[in-house]
Design a binder for this molecule. Structure first.
Ligand code: 5GP
Length: 124
């Protein structure tokens, strides 16, 4: 067990520049781009640039600088796209699918930001 990172995953290839992406925002340690198969009018993926498989891997092993950068990069995308209710936006949903039961397809940590319309409730 443990956190085995496979550097052949599609997001690793995007981070290495081998596959193009529609960048929304880039910081020192994070990259945000539009999802190729959007599930809402806004569907952005935010990735740490480091080789982390899941949120747990990141939370356990990332540096404080990486954690802060990733957190602020997610917020910066939300602000850039006008989704923050505190700034007059309509809100959004933040998701990290994790592992097989969580429906994770790409084994490089990514947060989904979904919004741009009323996307309803998933958990009540
Ligand atoms: P997961 O199910 O792992 O949480 O989400 C993977 C997401 O990556 C999916 O929403 C899928 O549409 C997106 N995706 C897969 N391949 C690519 C790609 O090559 N480029 C982009 N921009 N998104 C991708």
């Amino acid at each position: 067990m443990g956190y085995d990172y496979d550097s052949d995953n599609i997001f690793a290839k995007i981070l290495r520049g081998e596959i193009p992406n529609d960048t929304v925002l880039e910081t020192a340690h994070s990259l945000a781009f539009n999802d190729i198969g959007p599930q809402a009018p806004v569907h952005v993926l935010v990735l740490p640039k480091g080789a982390y498989v899941t949120w747990d891997h990141f939370a356990a092993e990332a540096s404080a600088e990486e954690v802060m950068d990733f957190t602020r990069a997610i917020h910066a995308v939300i602000e850039k796209l006008g989704l923050d209710p505190a700034s007059g936006g309509g809100g959004y949903r933040l998701i990290m699918n994790t592992g097989p039961d969580g429906g994770q397809e790409v084994a490089h940590l990514h947060a989904h930001i979904l919004g741009g319309k009323d996307i309803g409730k998933m958990v009540s």
